[in-house]
Design a protein around this ligand. Sequence first.
Ligand SMILES: Nc1ncnc2c1ncn2[C@@H]1O[C@H](COP(=O)(O)OP(=O)(O)OP(=O)(O)O)[C@@H](O)[C@H]1O
Ligand SMILES: [Mg+2]
Length: 248
Amino acid sequence: MPGIQAMSSNPVIHIERLYKEYQTDAGPVPVLKDVAVTVMPGEFIAIMGPSGSGKSTFMNILGCLDVATSGTYLLNGRDVNIQSRDELAHLRNQVIGFVFQGFNLLPRASLEDNVALPLIYSGIPRAERMAHASEMLEKVGLGSYRRSRPNQISGGQQQRVAIARALVNHPKLILADEPTGNLDTHTSEEIMALFTELNQRDGITIVLVTHESDIAAHARRLVRLSDGRIVYDGPVEHAAAAHLETTS
Ligand SMILES: Nc1ncnc2c1ncn2[C@@H]1O[C@H](COP(=O)(O)OP(=O)(O)OP(=O)(O)O)[C@@H](O)[C@H]1O
Ligand SMILES: [Mg+2]
């Protein structure tokens, strides 16, 4: 990547000179420093780096859950800094699906209701929302668990539900912050197989944070952060060498 399809289309993400600092009692703390990255449709990127290097901060900005202190961010060609609140919410909803480490499922709601949640704001009638949700649960291999609740299924299955929920708006881009962080090795591999399928079969762009090289190996491109800067951006197969140079 970028392949032929990617080269003939516009970036999903284009970031230049991005800085982020948090305001603390001790003054401003710089966390992202001059970050630049362009992501083309269909890419599968792993973000790695030591704890505190700014990975989650970066993902939150990518997902429009937080804003940069300065710099340019074009999401699907739109400058997020000049969108109104409503426009930004709409853009985010249309383009991005989120998957978090902790799954963030509603414990008392059925899996179907959990997956349908992002559609509540879409104005689609309930019956149709449920049909969409079922379809997404089928897609992640949990069709027969529609009426179960999150505490009745395993961690890996819960993460599948979270992925189904991220898919329900048919996003172009999935952002996943340590999606296998709470899962055992075997279950992590299953979740990564699902991401790979979504990437290869459905062409969904994936940006995923992980601490594990084995997980990153499923991606094609690796971006390594260290102390708020990108210190490696290239093919994932070269990652091992890059890792030795920047040992976390
Ligand atoms: N709300 C905040 N206010 C102040 N500082 C923050 C805030 N959020 C994060 N930080 C600091 O920003 C830096 C980057 O944090 P971030 O959560 O992005 O790291 P990370 O790479 O995701 O780490 P981990 O691998 O542990 O998840 C850290 O030094 C952290 O303490
Ligand atoms: Mg983090």
